[in-house]
Design a protein around this ligand. Structure first.
Ligand SMILES: CC(=O)SCCNC(=O)CCNC(=O)[C@H](O)C(C)(C)COP(=O)(O)OP(=O)(O)OC[C@H]1O[C@@H](n2cnc3c(N)ncnc32)[C@H](O)[C@@H]1OP(=O)(O)O
Length: 293
């Protein structure tokens, strides 16, 4: 992804970590006021490209969102390209989220794992190992293992990536849009797990985490009159999934089938797994008029 300014001047390292401050490295934005403007442009552009690749109506990553949330955004650049000005290859956004999850026995567990929230490698750089480079950098930086993380509605490509690179194939069925894999519940310290009492006093019932992707969905549903909502069957899938966020509705949900390794192991020609199909359905449910290519 090329920009009309010198990427190598803005992002000094191959991988730059950005947070709420939007400061790249330890440079002060007061020294170079144009830097902040360029960083905002890059993040917004990446967020839009990621949303388009995932067929989301609204980007879940933008500079203003990053400023208001305690997330970490890892940005990868290619130093040499664009006549030495560098290009942005992609980004990975992670952050801690308080989630209510179901363990293998179906017991509600409260956890606050590190979650993958958004991940995008520019189309012309995909399948060249850049995604793995960025992901490995983030894991090392946070001293984490992929199995201890939760994944916010992973796309089929990302599921294939996780299966291929980290052997994450067996998911534990959930009633929200996060995916966790076998082994997540074994490490109680890192995942900060806590069993949730079956019955809570009135007023203490907490909803499942409201995800950014779900908020995007809500935004779309809240179109002002006179814009009508499209009447597609996929949209009703979307409403069901948003209902599943409440504790009250969760017990009646049918648990998902456990995913088999072969189903998500990255064979593009094989039939998709139930998990992949579910993720695809949810993403498709917020499909818009963007061309997915
Ligand atoms: C929680 C979330 O963020 S979900 C959103 C994830 N992002 C997207 O779906 C956006 C579009 N996709 C992408 O940006 C990229 O494909 C990523 C980020 C998923 C992976 O980045 P890449 O640089 O392609 O990964 P990398 O080259 O290290 O690994 C390649 C592996 O990823 C998977 N993968 C990448 N692209 C594809 C694809 N088009 N179809 C199927 N699997 C794919 C495969 O397992 C592939 O291995 P293979 O080529 O041997 O089959």
């Amino acid at each position: 992804m090329a920009f009309p300014f010198d990427i190598n001047q803005i992002f000094l390292e191959r991988v730059t970590l950005l947070d709420q401050t939007l400061v790249a490295g330890n440079r002060k934005s007061t020294e170079r006021p144009d830097l902040l403007e360029h960083i905002v442009t890059v993040i917004d552009e990446l967020g839009r490209a990621s949303a388009k690749a995932q067929q989301l109506t609204t980007p879940i990553t933008s500079a203003s969102k990053l400023q208001s949330q305690k997330h970490q955004l890892y940005l990868l650049k290619d130093v040499e390209s664009h006549r030495g000005h560098g290009m942005v290859v992609g980004f990975l956004k992670v952050g801690y989220k308080k989630l209510f999850l179901l363990d293998r026995q179906g017991v509600h567990i409260e956890a606050e794992p590190m979650c993958v929230l958004d991940f995008y490698i520019a189309e012309n750089f995909q399948r060249h190992g850049y995604g793995s480079e960025l992901f490995d950098f983030m894991l090392q930086h946070n001293n984490l293992e992929p199995v201890l993380m939760a994944y916010d509605r992973p796309s089929p490509k990302f599921l294939s990536f996780l299966a291929k690179k980290y052997w994450l194939t067996q998911s534990v069925p959930q009633v929200n849009n996060f995916v966790v894999f076998e082994g997540f519940f074994l490490n109680k310290t890192v995942a900060q797990l806590r069993k949730v009492p079956l019955k809570k006093p009135d007023g203490e019932i907490k909803p499942y985490a409201v995800m950014e992707r779900e908020v995007v969905n809500q935004e779309q549903r809240a179109l002002p009159w006179p814009f009508p909502l499209p009447h597609s069957p996929q949209r009703s899938v979307s409403s069901q999934s948003s209902n599943s966020l409440s504790v009250g509705s969760s017990p009646s949900r049918v648990p998902l089938q456990v995913t088999s390794a072969s189903a998500v192991a990255g064979n593009r020609d094989s039939p998709q797994s139930p998990l992949t199909e579910r993720c695809r359905a949810r993403r498709t449910s917020i499909h818009h008029d963007h061309d997915p290519s």
